[in-house]
Design a protein around this ligand. Structure first.
Ligand code: HEM
Length: 512
């Protein structure tokens, strides 16, 4: 009896293995036919011996040094604009080719998704929301969010002024005094995003304690916990399919703190009588709109958290890099300030003429400065998609890289806006230099400049973010005649999680 059972088991195992082999061979055959019919050639290989383990170790070392972006970008001049390599249990096609990014995000949009790994990896923090969902779930989230970004909503300068003035109140009054702008920018974008999206601001700029970027001792603040959680998400991304192995208590604690704050808002949306102030009927408040649709607190939390992630860190990073760069290029600061002063006057006490939404749009040099900052430091510098069916990338195959590349179902494709934006053949030999004037010379056409992504998943908050950044820069430059680098900090310059921001923006200020 026992023998018969063993024989049956071996037979079943052999049958299973045979079936797997047959499926593998059949898929490989089908793939070859598909690739041939589209004239595909393999992309160049990024050397990946020992299952790519050395690549992973180098990546981790770069993360420790704080130069992951340079580390990844350095591969492109050596291995071409599109290559294939392996890290641990997954392979990846890396690309900085505009045509390929256009295919992923627009022309072949239906062939790519965020992928099951992104959903599972991000789930403990973000649940089911616009940044983790594909298909109908994503479409539904996007449809709910769209009215939030109507022109009427994003041009509400009055609401912005309140938060920007609170930020200005925390900047130095005495000439030559020093402040770190980065934590202030995190607070500004959190305060304005919570008011804009949830109907009531967390008012973190009013709190005497202001340390959203560190990870603090004791209980973390919301902002600290949000950073810690995102740090873990990016580490989980770096080990690909093994993401589930990174799930320490600190990650779980940070997620719980973030969820607690958002749950407070969800509770207010479900019980409006608990709100401290009444919200104008004219205002579209995203959270209220979805709370009218469903009372499921988990759904409401997930949707809210996803959009808060979008609203806070990206714009805070942009603002941080603008001032980081301006302080290192005083002539550009002065040129920008002249444009601002001639439009709105100066404001020694944080006053001066308030810029209107449309007047801000007329400031050409300000637009150049914003574009140039987003070119050098795109807030989402690395991104990727997974093929949901067999498809192709139009370029990168063969030794010359001009043939299409076959992308089998399940293949991950990573693209780097950081690398794309620094391509010397697209932006000139000085591509690594901060030179806003290049935006008057016709650079960055079409898919060569992608700070806000493109295609059906293009950033919904682009106008809102650009208005917030333009307004904040204008108000600060009205008040300060001069800024100077005050760095004594020697650690890594960039804080790279899902987004990128400078670690610190330590500046010395002189009032007008
Ligand atoms: C400088 C500021 C910003 C930059 C550079 C930026 C950039 C991006 C990028 C690259 C994506 C695509 C992400 C992906 O494919 O995984 C994205 C998506 C998105 N962004 Fe932004 N963003 C900014 C600010 C904002 C703000 C302030 C909001 C809202 C308040 C916002 C809302 C969104 C939303 C909802 C999506 C998801 C779109 C979708 O998947 O359909 N963004 N953003």
């Amino acid at each position: 009896m026992e023998l018969a059972f063993k024989a049956l088991f071996l037979l079943a195992a052999a049958f299973y293995l045979l079936l797997r082999l047959a499926t593998y061979l059949l898929t490989a055959h089908k793939n070859r036919i598909f690739a041939k019919s589209h004239n595909c050639l393999p992309p160049r290989r990024f050397p990946s011996p020992f299952l790519g383990l050395p690549n992973w170790v180098r990546l981790m070392r770069a993360a420790k040094r704080g130069n992951v972006l340079e580390h990844i970008t350095d591969r492109y001049p050596t291995y071409g604009n599109t290559w294939k390599g392996r890290i641990l249990i997954g392979t990846s096609i890396g690309t900085v080719e505009p045509e390929n990014i256009k295919a992923i995000l627009a022309t072949n949009f239906k062939d790519f998704g965020l992928g099951p790994q992104r959903h599972a990896n991000f789930y403990p923090l973000l649940g089911d929301g616009i940044f983790t969902l594909d298909g109908p779930g994503w479409e539904h989230s996007r449809a709910n969010l769209r009215p939030q970004f109507s022109r009427e909503q994003v041009s509400d300068i009055e609401a912005l002024e309140v938060h920007v003035q609170r930020l200005m109140n925390r900047l130095p009054e005495g000439d030559g005094e020093v402040a770190d702008l980065q934590p202030l920018f995190y607070c500004l974008t959190l305060d304005s995003a919570t008011e804009f999206l949830l109907g009531e601001s967390v008012d973190s700029l009013l709190s005497p304690e202001l340390n959203p970027t560190g990870d603090g001792g004791g209980e973390m603040s919301f902002a600290q916990a949000f950073n810690v959680s995102q740090g873990y998400l990016i580490n989980r991304t770096r080990v690909r399919g093994l993401y589930w192995m990174i799930n320490p208590k600190r990650f779980r604690d940070a997620n719980a703190i973030v969820h607690r704050l958002v749950d407070r808002y969800v509770d207010m949306a479900l019980h409006p009588e608990k709100r401290a102030k009444k919200i104008s009927e004219k205002k579209y408040v995203f959270l209220d709109a979805i709370a009218a649709e469903t009372k499921d607190p988990k759904y409401l939390r997930d949707q809210t958290l996803n959009i808060l992630l979008a609203g806070r860190d990206t714009t805070a990073g942009l603002l941080g890099f603008i001032f980081w760069l301006l302080a290192r290029h005083p002539h550009i600061y002065q040129k920008l300030r002249e444009e601002i002063i001639s439009a709105f006057g100066t404001g020694r006490d944080g006053g001066g003429k308030r810029p209107s939404f449309s007047a801000l749009k007329d400031l050409t040099y300000l637009r150049y400065v914003l574009n140039e900052t987003l070119r050098l430091y795109p807030s989402v510098p690395l991104n990727g998609r997974t093929a949901v069916r067999n498809t192709i990338l139009p370029r990168g195959g063969g030794e010359d890289g001009l043939s299409p590349v076959f992308v089998p179902k399940g293949q991950r494709v990573d693209y780097s806006c950081y690398g794309l934006h620094r391509r010397k053949d697209l932006y000139g030999e000085d591509a690594d230099t901060f030179r806003p004037e290049r935006w008057g010379e016709g650079v960055g056409r079409g898919w060569e400049f992608l700070p806000f992504n493109g295609g059906p998943r293009i950033c919904l908050g682009q106008q809102y973010a650009l208005t917030e950044a333009s307004y904040t820069v204008t108000r600060i430059l009205q008040k300060y005649a001069r800024i100077e680098v005050a760095d004594t900090y020697t650690g890594p310059m960039m804080d790279l999680t899902l987004t990128v921001a400078p670690k610190k923006v330590l500046l010395r200020f002189w009032r007008a």
